[in-house]
Unconditional design. Sequence first.
Length: 316
Amino acid sequence: MRKFLKIAVKVIATFVAVVIATLATTTIVNASASRSEASKIKSYGQRVSVDDKNMNVLIQGDGAETVVLLPGFGTAAPALDFTPLIAELAPHYRVVVVEPFGYGLSDTTDKPRTTQNITTEIHTALSKLNISRYALMGHSIAGIYALDYANRYRGELTSFVGIDSSVPTQPGMDEALPIAAMTAAKKLGLTRVAAALAGDPYAGLPYDDDTKEQMKLLSLKNSMSVTYSNEMEHFTSNFMAGRAQSFPRDLPVLEFVQNNNTDVEGWLALHEEQVASVNIGELVQLDATHYLHHTKSKEIAEHFTQFMTSVSEHQE
């Protein structure tokens, strides 16, 4: 029995030593790779000073009407991720992609990621660029921030367009997230290992190799930053606060929705309620993943143009 215990202790000690050595290696490799990758990240867009920090904004197209694009949570490089949609919209509109703090090439910030802080920062960036009349088009969690934005800056918006956008009453947003463990995994280099094992998340999508490489580099850089983590910590409070808000009744609302979302109960019904709450509202179902703009940008751009034409006719 004693001999068995001694062997067991040795096996466990060896296993622990291997784990520690492995984690030490992945940590060192991750730190070294991060320094090397920083020099490979290419600049795009322009920097706008907000709260003494730089927020990155990309502007494409010179149409008479403006569309402002806001990303879903955790999108590593919004201006690159929206490439397919920009390509469809830019020939007809001025397209403005805002990368909030912690996203893309924008700086990080220690300011709490409350909805009000996020929307104030976005509005400040647009104001400094003299952008004062536009359609606000947002993916995923941008739908929560858009509620606050629309109520505070209604006079600037021609419409809100949701790209499978979040709704305050969707279930599951009060669940605790393992943020500390995720942060530790990033520092230990395990996130990098997982990303390598997962393969190319953009395989088969309309992105060239250079764009995919840049999104990969920015994902490794931005994931679990202090700003990223803080936004996660505010999920529950931001969604709860959103329940007290609704889009202004006179704001035209167009919602593009994944037609077969099996992850969120009542996803379609929640969006039907939202478009029904305004005078001019429309819901378009698309057969695609949550990132509708990856594969359905042409449909989104066409429906958007049709919707805005009908809004103009209605208002005449």
